[in-house]
Design a protein. Sequence first.
Length: 82
Amino acid sequence: MAKSKNHTGHNQIYKNHRNGIKKTRRPRKMSMAGMNCRFVRNQAFAKRGMQKLTTEQKAEQLAAQKEAQKKVDEKRKAERQG
């Protein structure tokens, strides 16, 4: 008995392109699956806390955050050099 054909891709490209090959939609929010659950929980509480702050308090907090970031950057720079 003759061997039969196992597979062919004939016409598949044509069928795929009939409606166009579309890019997948990007999610609006990043998935939290697989993230550290303690971090995710704390982040949610921090976001709620930020809503209660006044504009002056937000400005103060932002200044403190920038100051802390400078310290961290200086520390990293010192570690790289030393």
